[in-house]
Design a protein around this ligand. Structure first.
Ligand SMILES: Cc1cc2nc3c(=O)[nH]c(=O)nc-3n(C[C@H](O)[C@H](O)[C@H](O)COP(=O)(O)OP(=O)(O)OC[C@H]3O[C@@H](n4cnc5c(N)ncnc54)[C@H](O)[C@@H]3O)c2cc1C
Ligand code: FES
Ligand code: FES
Length: 472
């Protein structure tokens, strides 16, 4: 069995450990890297944040990730930087470290290593961030004592100072071809195929192995419930599934494309979708979590599916027998049940390109504005031809056992002019179609009212009225 090889703070390291050990566990068992902290152990607080560059990627392209829900088998060939690596000695502090200290941006200090890493990751990719970008970068970092104003001030004063050190410290990530295909030890082994054919073959040979993309859903089981995985198949190194390709009528996101990589494309094509994705977890979660994982997870409250379904997304399911395409709306057959066969993977997500006549909006309603799962997510897509609505797609998450369209609402829209007078009919259709759950996120009554209100918001939005975005 091959050890797990990766660069850490510029040093090539080999770890002879279980592949399903969390990266944070490994870091904290090592006196040279125990500055990363464990707070929540579920990806929420950011205390464990480190920087990661993937195999084969530009060694300087580091993004912040949560090491508590990331597994050792995921970092084969990667280059990592921990808080220790930011400042190899006292005279070479990273500007974020200097400015955090000088601005009084830390009190108890428990959150500080993670905050420093998130800000260092932000400045590495964007040396002159605006306030919104700084707030986005900090959305996954919880600080209970200091308050965020001095932290944001530190980020601003550190911006534009020389920060090329990350690339120098990193050494180079291992070339993707050199990363090993099978790693771990006899208790837990991870396969890391590099091509779709290899992935499908391994999947057919080991149908019971966990299929792991970013691990932001699956990794929680290991971190929280101490689930053990004797075997897993990692999709993050599959070349074809890392591609994003644009065609005349659609864009294709490979099955290993993360939300963060998809974000600029969504921003250009469907800005409302991008606005929602900026509230999808945190930068750390979006740097690892994939679109395919959000679909494969089959959660009724996943944020991606309502928008993707309303936009008519098609997914490609691949296996050793070939590929088949289905509409995403046909993927889930019931609560956490899908048509995915044991030997299949989602290899692509195809999204139609927007039309000039199209209006699309998606709204996420959650208890917290940032870093929270939806209570209700509503997506609306219509075409307006000569003032009349055609091809209406209305989809909701959080309203049933699966994300799904609402045919009654679509029928009430098609053939009519968009306006407030449609609200009654569309609301009635939404309430008639769904019987939402009562749970701690929201009562059934609340969900019914919110879903109907989201249609009113859509009407006002398309009419150009200012809609205040607020956390509910
Ligand atoms: C702190 C935190 C915040 C979060 N916030 C949000 C949020 O705001 N909105 C939201 O919707 N979700 C959220 N999530 C959930 C999660 O981040 C998303 O569902 C993410 O898209 C999962 O992608 P992944 O690559 O990490 O999936 P993984 O955890 O790797 O896998 C998830 C599931 O998908 C399957 N799968 C993965 N890839 C494929 C494939 N190619 N083909 C078939 N099946 C596949 C896996 O087998 C598994 O069953 C959050 C999670 C955390 C920890
Ligand atoms: S320990 Fe809280 S996000 Fe990792
Ligand atoms: S300084 Fe105490 S939690 Fe941030």
């Amino acid at each position: 069995m091959n050890p797990i090889r990766f660069h850490i703070n510029g040093r090539l390291t080999e770890a002879f450990v279980r592949a399903d050990m969390t990266v944070l566990e490994w870091l904290r068992s090592n006196p040279q890297t125990c500055g990363s902290k464990e707070g929540c152990a579920e990806g929420d607080c950011g205390a464990c944040s480190i920087l990661l560059a993937n195999p084969g990627s530009d060694a300087g392209d580091f993004g912040a990730v949560n090491s508590c829900i990331m597994l050792m088998g995921q970092i084969e060939g990667c280059s990592l930087i921990t808080v220790e690596g930011l400042s190899p000695n006292e005279s070479e502090r990273h500007p974020v470290q200097v400015d955090m200290a000088e601005n009084g941006s830390s009190q108890c200090g428990f959150c500080t290593p993670g905050i420093v890493m998130s800000l260092a990751g932000l400045l590495n990719r964007n040396s002159n961030p605006n306030d919104e970008q700084i707030h986005d970068a900090l959305a996954g970092n919880l600080c209970r004592c200091t308050g965020y104003r001095p932290i944001v001030e530190a980020a601003k004063s550190a911006a534009d100072k020389s920060i090329d050190r990350l690339a120098k410290l990193a050494g180079s990530a291992i070339a993707s071809d050199d990363a090993s295909n099978v790693i771990g030890n006899e208790d837990s082994v991870f396969f890391r195929p590099k091509t779709l054919t290899e992935l499908c073959t391994i999947r057919s040979e080991h149908p019971s192995a966990a299929l792991l993309a970013g691990g932001t859903d699956l990794g929680l089981g290991v971190a929280e419930a101490k689930t053990r995985w004797p075997m897993a198949i990692v999709t993050a190194g599959v070349g074809e599934m890392l591609q994003i390709n644009e065609y005349d009528d659609h864009i294709s996101f490979g099955g290993a494309v993360t939300w963060e990589r998809a974000l600029p494309y969504l921003h250009r094509l469907y800005p409302s979708f991008a606005t929602m994705v900026r509230r999808f977890g945190s930068t750390q979660v979006r740097n690892m979590g994939t679109i395919a994982g959000n679909i494969g997870n089959a959660s009724p409250i996943g944020d991606g599916p309502p928008a993707l379904i309303a936009l008519g997304a098609i997914i490609v399911l691949a296996s050793v027998d070939g590929e088949r395409e289905i509409l995403l709306e046909d993927f889930c057959t019931g609560y956490r049940q899908t048509v995915l066969a044991d030997d299949e993977v989602i290899s692509q997500i195809k999204l139609p390109l927007p039309k000039a006549s199209q209006q699309f909006r998606v709204y996420k309603i959650s208890k917290r504005y940032d870093q929270d799962i939806s209570t209700v997510c509503g997506a609306f897509s219509i075409e307006i031809v000569d003032g009349i609505i055609a091809n209406a797609h209305v989809a909701f998450g959080g309203m049933a056992a699966t994300s799904q369209r609402c045919p009654g609402a679509e029928a009430a829209l098609n053939g009519n002019q968009l306006g407030m007078e449609l609200i009654e009919a569309v609301s009635a259709a939404i309430n008639a179609h769904f019987s939402p759950l009562d749970d701690w996120r929201g009562s059934a009554k609340y969900r019914d009212v919110v879903a109907a209100n989201l249609f009113e918001r859509f009407v006002r939005d398309v009419a150009g009225e200012t809609v205040e975005v607020m956390a509910l």
